[in-house]
Design a protein around this ligand. Structure first.
Ligand code: ADP
Ligand code: MG
Length: 268
């Protein structure tokens, strides 16, 4: 059974979104839809399943709909059409409290901008996201410290963000997500702001961690090399649509169309 199932999922931004969606189904381009309805296409009829323990990469150029898709996955935004199931639970049928529980217990998000509080220590920053939960302070700090040790920051817990490098700050962001021990990690361009070398280190570290953790990871990137390196499967997006889903080998060896072929042609 898949951990996440996405069915027919669409997001159109703008007042006339339903109308825009039917025009999209009729085959109009996103430019035509913008001109006709003033609406922007975010995600168009996405359909896929993610299995437990899988690293599922969503890749595409800037503006292709990656962030919109990941925000639909944890219901930070509502879809124009379609459904997201986490295990067998349909997010559409959940009330606010149930959604909050899913986000808290099932999926944690790691962002590109680390979003750390400058006047809180590494430990306090890590504990911060957990404060909504019903754990006492001691228990939260213990979990946070474990997560920080996991990402190699065990000896930095009392430092402040400004005392850390970019890579270390992103590790705090990762620890903060892991501290909740979520089943699913959502990582939206989590490494994109890092210098290339540090970025490679972080990719290695994530893969090492994944060996131990076996989380289900949705990893968003616009970087093909990164996608090929860490993805078990990759979904390539263009203009809101998923144009191919496959293993790195399948994407490289069997591109589904000219767009994919062009996307991967520079890989050695
Ligand atoms: P990516 O993360 O791949 O760069 P996004 O999901 O951010 O792409 O954006 C996909 C499309 O949706 C873009 O055309 C973007 O302008 C549009 N979009 C994203 N968020 C909004 C919003 N809140 N309101 C209107 N349009 C949006
Ligand atoms: Mg984005």
């Amino acid at each position: 059974m898949p951990v996440i199932e996405v069915d027919n999922l669409s997001k159109i931004f703008g007042k006339r979104s339903k109308e825009a969606l039917s025009l999209l189904d009729e085959g109009l381009s996103k430019e035509e839809i913008l001109k006709k309805t003033g609406c922007t296409v975010g995600v168009n009829r996405a359909k896929f399943q993610v299995e437990a323990g899988e690293v599922f990469v969503i890749m595409g150029l800037s503006g292709s709909g990656k962030s919109t898709l990941v925000r639909l996955l944890n219901r930070l935004i509502n879809p124009t059409a379609g459904d997201v199931y986490v295990h067998d639970d349909n997010l559409s049928t959940m009330n606010k409290e149930q959604l909050r529980r899913v986000r808290r217990e099932k999926m944690s998000m790691v962002f590109q901008k680390f979003g750390l509080f400058p006047f809180r220590t590494v430990l306090e920053n890590t504990v911060f996201g957990m404060e909504v939960q019903g754990m006492d302070k001691e228990e939260r700090e213990k979990k946070a410290t474990e997560a920080l040790e996991l990402v190699g920051l065990g000896s930095f817990i009392h430092q402040y963000p400004s005392q850390l490098s970019g890579g270390m700050q992103q590790r705090v962001g990762l620890a903060r997500a892991l501290a909740n021990d979520p089943e699913i990690l959502l990582m939206d361009e989590a490494f994109s702001a890092l210098d290339p070398l540090i970025r490679k280190d972080m990719q290695d570290e994530l893969m090492d961690l994944q060996e131990k953790m076996q989380k289900t990871i949705i990893f968003i990137t616009h970087d093909l090399d990164e996608a090929l390196r860490i993805g078990d499967r990759i979904a390539l997006m263009k203009d809101g649509s998923i144009v191919q889903i496959g293993t790195p080998e399948e994407i490289l060896m069997n591109p589904a169309n000219d767009y994919v072929e062009k996307f991967v042609e520079d890989v050695d």
